[in-house]
Design a protein around this ligand. Structure first.
Ligand SMILES: NC(=O)c1ccc[n+]([C@@H]2O[C@H](COP(=O)([O-])OP(=O)(O)OC[C@H]3O[C@@H](n4cnc5c(N)ncnc54)[C@H](OP(=O)(O)O)[C@@H]3O)[C@@H](O)[C@H]2O)c1
Length: 616
């Protein structure tokens, strides 16, 4: 049996698939709260633990032949990152030490081409170039160089280890969408014009890296380093390949607009500041741009000669990656409902099964709530479905179970405090605590506030504001006590823009926004986050309900977003919490419009509404 750390990451997912295809028994070491979609449906033993915990490592390495060490943090952002240093350097040193003490036959460590010293352009980079933390271009490179030296120090003490230095990794199975390169490819797949910068680098298929690791485990020489390269390719050529495999025939093709390097650097600096301020992912930084113009004359002869490693052509990699990304996008609602189903096998060798993560989704009988529940079910959550229409909830629960997930139904009216209590009692009865709460239940009403039935006023405040607040306050103490949890409130763009003709609805959404933001600030550093998603018009039953309540007045909505797009934003918040996201992002301009042009809307709104009312 082999042990893979970081098995649910991009390289880990590819390596585990390669190992399983060869009939190798795999144990994986994962963090207790880790997102495991990369391992869904795979017959692997899952052990929970942290590589910083030596006891957990000792226990995980019992009976292990080869340790493939991949766990680590990748960041292209500049500046000191203590957590990355801790995990990449201290964690790797611990894995190497425990591997030596546990007498595993071999450790294979995946370092990086960027951990090696940087010879001048034109000088080939091969294995004679030493690991050098001092010539590193960024903090990540430095941690990889230091970690590699720590592994080599353990080799001196008797460990059998082999180190691999892959070039730029690209390919399918990036289930968490953390690879900046994969996200770039995804962006290029969209038709139209794309701004990019020229340059070149050596890129290698993630599946070939997995293959090279297995070969290194078998044929590598103790204490040796092997460069795992692929193909040296320009950005322009990579872009052309993506477009070739992504485009439907006859569509407007667009193309690449190459910007001068200096301008791209300036944009990278601004993107970095933005990412740091708003704590959002960054597509490119000074570091990634510099890589594209750095020495990419990389010599991978040694791995080919000594290990029998054979990388595939980059065209095959891009074709498969584009196909995989397309599959992921197409299968959004029922993703992994087919081949990849359960998070861990129903029966199997799991020594310790992960604790089921529990998610409550209100408003799960239709629209955004139903789509969110389906997705969370496919991601391995036990989903508690909440709304009034029980038949709808039962139908959805059966669908989630058929797809290998787990779901419970709590059919209650959230405008009634006893309904809110019933949700809390149900979750407490499960006994696992709550990991995720998505407050999606809500409804709107369009028309002059003076025409609004008073009963609807009470109902709207009760469901859109009061139930949301009560559920949060009920579940927060246990989330805080456990130091983890994520609450996502489905707000609306009208929460950022005082909207006549839906005045009360707009106010309830402002309530959700302000409550969310204040809690986000209040809970910083506790491990619990509260975020808001602010959609524009979404194609759900929402507008049928609105029309019913506003006695037949139609709403002029031409461009709707699909619920799955909102779900993508919700999942991205679960992975990386932020105070709020707009869907689509362009609506982020609304608060600025309110600030700068609010006075104009104050004057124009009643006129526009009179016209609209006469049309409707
Ligand atoms: N659709 C849009 O354009 C849009 C845009 C921005 C924001 N939003 C927000 O997104 C959320 C979801 O809306 P949607 O588009 O998915 O609308 P939807 O399809 O009409 O879903 C609304 C959900 O809320 C539930 N609900 C309503 N009143 C309830 C009550 N008293 N107790 C329990 N559950 C109740 C409904 O279930 P039952 O009827 O079965 O109880 C339903 O599941 C809402 O908060 C909405 O304000 C929607």
């Amino acid at each position: 049996m082999v042990l893979v750390t970081g098995a649910a990451g991009h390289v880990g997912s590819a390596l585990v698939r390669e190992l399983l295809s060869e009939g190798v028994k795999v144990r994986t070491l994962v963090l207790p709260d880790e997102e495991l979609s990369g391992l869904n449906g795979l017959d692997v033993e899952i052990v929970q633990g942290n590589i910083l915990d030596r006891d957990a490592l000792r226990s995980a390495m019992q009976g292990i032949d080869v340790v493939y060490h991949l766990a680590g943090i990748v960041s292209i952002l500049p500046g000191r990152n203590d957590l990355m240093r801790m995990v990449n350097v201290v964690g790797t040193a611990s894995v190497a030490r425990v591997a030596r003490e546990s007498s595993v036959r071999r450790m294979v460590y995946v370092s990086s081409i960027h951990a090696l010293a940087r010879p001048p352009r034109g000088t080939p980079i091969d294995e004679s170039v030493p690991f050098d933390p001092h010539s590193a271009a960024g903090e990540y490179d430095q941690t990889k160089a230091e970690a590699s030296l720590a592994v080599l120090a353990e080799v001196e003490r008797g460990l059998d280890a082999v180190l691999l230095c892959p070039t730029g990794i690209i390919g399918p199975f990036d289930f968490r969408f953390t690879s900046a390169l994969a996200n770039q490819l995804r962006a290029w797949m969209k038709p139209g014009w794309h701004v990019t910068v020229n340059g070149q680098f050596d890129f290698v298929d993630v599946r070939d890296v997995g293959r090279a690791m297995i070969l290194a485990g078998r044929f590598g020489r103790r204490g040796e380093t092997y460069i795992v390269s692929g193909e040296r390719i320009s950005v322009g050529r990579l872009f052309a390949l993506v477009r070739r495999f992504a485009e439907a025939p006859g569509r407007h093709k667009g193309g690449a607009i190459l910007v001068p390097f200096g301008l791209a650097m300036l944009a990278a600096e601004l993107a970095t500041i933005h990412a740091k301020l708003w704590k959002c992912p960054v597509q490119f930084t000074r570091y990634s741009l510099e890589t594209l113009v750095s020495n990419s004359l990389i010599d991978g002869t040694k791995a080919r000669r000594d290990l029998g490693y054979q990388p595939r052509p980059m065209a095959d990699t891009v074709r498969d990656t584009v196909g995989w990304l397309r599959e992921q996008a197409a299968a959004v609602p029922s993703r992994r409902a087919g081949a990849i189903r359960a998070r861990v096998p129903d029966r199997g060798p799991s020594r310790s099964r992960p604790r089921p993560r529990v998610a409550v989704v209100t408003g799960a009988s239709s629209g955004i709530g139903a789509a969110t529940a389906t997705r969370l079910g496919s991601l391995g959550y036990r989903v508690v479905l909440v709304a009034r229409r029980e038949d709808r909830l039962q139908e959805l629960a059966a669908e989630i179970r058929r797809a290998g997930g787990a779901a419970d139904v709590v059919a209650v009216d959230l405008s009634d405090p006893s309904g809110i209590r019933a949700v809390y009692d149900h979750v407490t009865g499960i006994g696992e605590g709550l990991d995720v709460l998505v407050n999606s239940a809500g409804f709107g009403w369009y028309g002059y506030a003076s025409d609004m039935p008073v009963q609807t006023v009470g109902q709207m405040v009760a469901v859109n504001s009061s139930a949301l607040a009560q559920l949060i306050v009920l579940f927060l103490p246990q989330m805080r006590a456990r130091g983890r949890g994520c609450i996502i409130n489905v707000s609306s763009i009208v929460g950022s823009f005082a909207s006549p003709w839906s005045a009360l609805y707009s106010a309830t959404k402002s309530f959700a926004d302000t409550f969310t933001r204040a809690l986000y600030r209040e809970l910083r550093g506790t491990g619990v986050s509260v975020c808001a998603v602010r959609p524009g018009p979404v194609l759900t039953e929402f507008y049928q309900t609105v029309s019913r309540l506003s006695e037949g007045r139609s709403i002029p909505v031409e461009r709707f977003t699909r619920p799955e797009t909102v779900v993508n934003a919700i999942v991205s918040l679960l992975r990386k919490p932020r105070p709020a996201v707009y869907v689509p992002r362009a609506f982020a301009v609304l608060p600025w419009l309110e600030l700068s042009l609010g006075w104009l809307f104050d004057r124009m709104a009643s006129l526009l509404l009179r016209r609209q009312a006469s049309v409707a």
